[in-house]
Ligand binder design. Structure first.
Ligand code: HEM
Length: 380
């Protein structure tokens, strides 16, 4: 597609597929596309489902990721006060402690093979986010089940009443948990990310209580599976490129470049989704208001017009201007944190297990259009 039909209309998806670097970057920077209008895919529900899912839709409606300017500008300005480099740097010791604790557990395990996703890549970002949002670590299973239930609806499944009921229940549990902890923290201030979020202000304006709850849920969804895929894809790529792994082991300062190259070569998200906000033309094709657009960042990251030998995995690639964290006003707010987690999790894993190798059982890739990562990654 990238070579022959870079602005492709997919009749089965009823959407545009944009695959070249320059088009992806320019579209994300333009005001021709809207994220707000994606809400139409969530809010167009038959009356009985609309009643059941009204709470979830209410929170999605408040997500930064589904807002256009000027609404988006207001919330983003407030939120950036909680995501400063200083705030992220303060999380580093916590990430190191989580990684070290999980690696101790792996080391103590008496098994020939482990699934790196289930036993490590899922857990690092889960515990980091739980710590940020002050969810006790022993609530992991419960918390995960609420978010899995909600993900059924947020991820776009449109098939069963039972799943909708579960999604609604998950949202009810999760939102009331966050509401309680926000009110407890407001009454008893204690330094940390949640306090920064509650206190975040821009010119006297701050998030409402519903916006705070919605933001906690957004952080959970935006920062978990993505970072899991970063850690999983990094491990897989390094084990498949032993000469690159050897270079990294010999010179650990290469970890920054290694993480950037993983983000480019096999980024955690294949596509970003938008709706055309106003008619315009791209590469000679007419895109009309209301049509859905898949902006393929991973394809852009392999575009030979933008990268030399794009299909070569090279941790010393420089410059490496991948589009994996997006571009423009919605560029990832958690990028600094994700990079920090990726660097610590991957470097410490490689240090602690010098003989780590892929198992004979092959990895299982996720069967999905948007996330890019493995569901199972057996290593020994
Ligand atoms: C937005 C990627 C980790 C929080 C985004 C966007 C991308 C992205 C591409 C823009 C979406 C769009 O334009 O439609 C990633 C990747 C990650 C990662 C690849 C991991 C490797 C995180 C983490 C957090 C986070 C750890 C927070 C804890 C957010 C938020 C937004 C966002 C709040 C919405 C920004 C806005 O709409 O203005 N992320 N992300 N992300 N990300 Fe991340």
């Amino acid at each position: 597609l990238r070579e022959e039909d870079p602005v492709h209309w997919s009749p089965s998806l009823k959407s545009w597929i944009i695959s070249r670097y320059a088009d992806v970057r320019d579209l994300l920077l333009s005001d021709h596309l809207s994220v707000r209008r994606l809400m139409q895919f969530y809010s167009a529900l038959p009356p009985q489902d609309a009643a059941l899912l009204s709470d979830i839709v209410k929170y999605l409606d408040l997500w930064l990721a589904f807002r256009d300017p000027p609404d988006h500008t207001r919330v983003r300005r407030i939120l950036r006060h909680a995501f400063t480099p200083k705030a992220v740097d303060a999380m580093r010791p916590g990430i190191e402690e989580i990684v070290s604790h999980l690696l101790d557990r792996l080391e103590a395990k008496d098994a020939n093979r482990i699934d790196l996703i289930r036993e490590y890549a899922l857990l690092v970002p889960a515990y980091v986010i739980m710590d940020m949002l002050e969810v006790p670590r022993d609530m992991l299973d419960e918390f995960k089940s609420w978010s899995d239930d909600m993900a059924v609806f947020i991820g776009g499944a449109r098939n069963s009443d039972d799943k909708y009921a579960r999604a609604a229940r998950g949202c009810q549990k999760m939102s009331s948990y966050f509401r309680d902890i926000i009110s407890e923290r407001s009454a008893n201030p204690r330094p940390g990310f949640l306090m920064d979020l509650i206190n975040a202000r821009d010119e006297g304006d701050q998030l409402t209580e519903d916006e705070l709850v919605a933001t906690c849920i957004l952080i959970l969804f935006a920062g978990h599976e993505t970072t899991t895929n970063l850690i999983g894809n990094a491990t897989l790529l390094l084990l498949r490129h032993p000469e690159q792994l050897a270079a990294l082991r010999a010179e650990p300062a290469l970890i920054d470049g290694a993480i950037e190259e993983v983000l480019r070569f096999d980024g955690p998200t294949n596509a970003l989704v938008r709706v055309v906000a106003q008619d315009h033309e791209l590469e000679g094709r007419k895109m009309r208001e209301g049509e859905r657009v898949f902006v393929m960042v991973n394809s852009a990251n392999r575009d030979p017009r933008a990268f030399d030998e794009p299909d070569r995995f090279d941790i010393s690639r420089n410059p490496n201007r991948h589009l994996t964290f997006g571009q423009g006003i919605h560029v990832c707010l958690g990028a600094r944190l994700a990079r920090e987690e990726g660097r610590i999790a991957v470097m410490e894993l490689m240090k602690r297990f010098p003989d780590l190798a892929l198992d004979d059982e092959p990895p299982e890739w996720l069967d999905a259009m948007v996330p890019r990562g493995t569901r199972r990654l057996p290593v020994r």
